[in-house]
Design a protein around this ligand. Structure first.
Ligand SMILES: [Fe+2]
Length: 245
């Protein structure tokens, strides 16, 4: 049985080469790779792409300014946003603006299940999703239990095979109710202003902006914050329902 892992922002170290640095996040899940990337102002970095038979890729911009270029199309990073390229159909690069650009790069294996689900839902890539434009929804253990935290779907189920992504935000005092996912591996990326207790596996773990958590499937988890606190994180999940667990 895997354990909950918390990666504090200060554990991630950056060594720049030509204005670009990437720090490997110890993700504790075979096949999934997450790097925390930094791009100095005014720099351009080519990002390698992968075929649909190989890997999916997500770029998650936690700061704003600059743009993504995919083939001949430019996407202005004018909000915290997620970019999903259409695999290796075009060249991908990222250019920073006046400030250092910070983003996570997430890659994970593509299986027959992923490809079939993507075909069935006719989701079109590439896609650039601003967090503020992502779709709001409610959950029984949170909003329907009296929480005012707002939940958003960034990548819905099946649109990227087994991979999904969403965003929760709310000022304290507030909570995300305890719940368990029998087949989901889950990561949280704490965003600006985050200051709350992640309550998982019976432990209360204080987290802040820049921290990352990994929660293996089958672990009860929720979050809470006091009047001074703030819940603001993006989650990323891998659904292993079709694998041998
Ligand atoms: Fe959850």
């Amino acid at each position: 049985m895997q354990e909950i892992k918390i990666i504090k922002s200060e554990e991630l170290l950056y060594t720049y080469k030509d204005g670009f640095a990437q720090s490997e996040v110890p993700v504790a899940c075979p096949g999934i790779r997450i790097t925390s990337c930094r791009l100095k102002p005014g720099k351009t970095q080519t990002i390698s792409t992968f075929s649909k038979e190989d890997k999916m890729q997500i770029l998650f911009f936690t700061t704003t300014g600059g743009f993504v270029r995919y083939g001949n199309t430019i996407y202005e990073i004018d909000d915290q946003a997620v970019f999903i390229p259409d695999f290796d159909r075009a060249g991908l690069s990222v250019t920073s603006g006046e400030n250092e650009l910070c983003f996570y790069r997430i890659t994970g294996p593509m299986t027959d299940v992923d490809r079939r689900q993507m075909e069935n839902c006719h989701y079109i890539l590439p896609r650039f999703v601003r967090l503020r434009e992502s779709i709001e929804y409610t959950e029984g253990f949170t909003q329907e239990s009296g929480s005012r935290v707002v939940s958003h779907s960034i990548i819905a189920g099946r649109h990227l095979g087994r991979y999904t992504m969403g965003w929760n935000i709310g000022a304290g005092p507030d909570f995300i109710g305890q719940h368990t996912h029998p087949t989901l591996e889950q990561w949280y990326f704490m965003l600006d202003g985050s200051e709350f207790d992640y309550v998982a596996g019976g432990k209360e773990i204080p987290v802040r902006a820049g921290d990352i958590s990994f929660t293996p499937h089958g672990t009860s988890h929720g979050s809470s914050c006091t009047a001074d606190g703030y819940i603001n994180y993006v989650w990323f999940e891998l659904n292993r329902a079709w694998e041998e667990l």
